[in-house]
Ligand binder design. Structure first.
Ligand code: NAX
Length: 329
């Protein structure tokens, strides 16, 4: 039998946490033969709710779940973890300035970066979900210099999956027939969902199958960009099950590898590929093998796409600047 893998979920008493921890305990993230020990962190006001989640995990009697650490102590939460899914953060509330939200998250991610650096397993793989996801991941990277930069990522897989879903709905085909969409840039409304290289049934270009450029360049992009807001409007709560499921997809593909001929979108530390400024956490098309992601190289970027790649990079550069302002205050 395999040794258990320790998986940290921060913000575990929240909405996404509640959907995510049972998926992890069932093997959705790391495989049906991989035992896990769940580490769950939340803040003191949520301690009782966190304990309730722990009680439910016990009651669900998951065979793969070999242990539960539920705590409000960051050091204890991070101890020896192999995977860290950072869902906890400070959400933007009505009337709050961008800078105030950034400032709160900078201090949270600064602290959690140090704790991961000090207490996590040396090879820990980190996925930041909490918004602003790209910039929180960048802060985490800056304040955890001993964690390899390739080990720090953010979630844009939900946006990627949303794009697959919209194409499948439009063509009335199963989502499993669609692949190789790309989310470029920020997990925000400036993200660019790109279908120029997407295919259905293995090799048919999506653009040819849909044959409606106006829809593809307009409504499709907007629908994916605004999907989070549409879910909030419908549910009066933000996306949770889809976010949790996509977080599992992100880690599973990263650890176990992407299928041959398929890429996925991940927010990763830019090396300057595709003319994206180095030093931003930016969403790229990646393939994964042996636990390592690589940016897919050599895809053609036309003028339409170029502008959109640059716009979202610009927003991320501005977020980075704002984050540094908060750090230095
Ligand atoms: P909730 O407010 O339900 O849960 C957040 C939890 O984090 C709460 O239990 C809170 O007590 C806890 N928390 C706050 N500060 C913490 C800290 N310093 N350490 C540990 N825990 C802390 O939000 P939920 O709906 O679960 O969303 C979580 C985050 O995911 C938000 O930042 C949200 O914006 C972000 N999202 C990101 C997505 C993505 O694709 N990257 C999509 C879904 C989601 O909107």
């Amino acid at each position: 039998a395999k040794d258990p893998v320790r998986v940290l979920v921060t913000g575990a008493a929240g909405q996404i946490g509640y959907a995510l921890v049972p998926m992890i305990a069932r093997g959705v993230m790391l495989g049906a033969d991989q035992p896990v020990i769940l580490h769950m962190l939340d803040i003191p006001p949520a301690a009782e709710a966190l304990n309730g989640v722990k009680m439910e995990l016990i009651d669900a009697a998951f065979p793969l779940l070999k242990g539960i650490v539920a705590t409000t102590d960051v050091a204890e939460a991070c101890k020896d973890v192999n995977i860290a899914v950072m869902v906890g953060g400070f959400p933007r509330k009505e009337g709050m300035e961008r800078k105030d939200v950034m400032s709160k998250n900078v201090s949270i991610y600064k602290g959690q970066a140090s704790a991961l650096e000090q207490y996590a397993a040396k090879n820990v793989k980190v996925l930041v979900v909490a918004n602003p996801a790209n910039t929180n991941a960048l802060i985490l990277k800056e304040f955890a210099p001993s964690i390899p930069e390739k080990n720090i990522t953010c979630l844009t897989r939900l946006d990627h999956n949303r794009a697959l879903g919209q194409i499948a709905e439009r063509l009335n085909i199963p989502v499993s027939s669609v692949k190789n969409v790309i989310i470029w840039g920020n997990h925000s409304s400036t993200q660019y969902p790109d279908v120029y290289h997407a295919v259905i049934d293995g090799d048919k270009p999506v653009r040819a199958a849909i044959a409606d450029d106006a829809w593809l360049d307009g409504e499709f992009i907007k629908t994916v960009q605004q999907r989070g807001a549409a879910i909030i409007k419908a549910r009066k709560l933000s996306s949770a099950l889809s976010a949790a499921s996509s977080a599992c997809d992100h880690i599973r593909d990263w650890v176990l590898g992407t299928p041959e001929g398929t890429w996925v979108s991940m927010g990763v530390y830019s090396d300057g590929s595709y003319g994206v400024p180095a030093g931003l956490i930016y969403s790229f098309p990646v393939t994964c093998s042996d636990g390592v992601w690589s940016i897919v190289q050599g895809l053609a970027v036309n003028e339409f796409s170029r502008k959109k790649l640059d716009d979202t990079a610009e927003e991320l550069a501005a977020e980075k600047q704002l984050a540094y302002l908060c750090i230095n205050e």
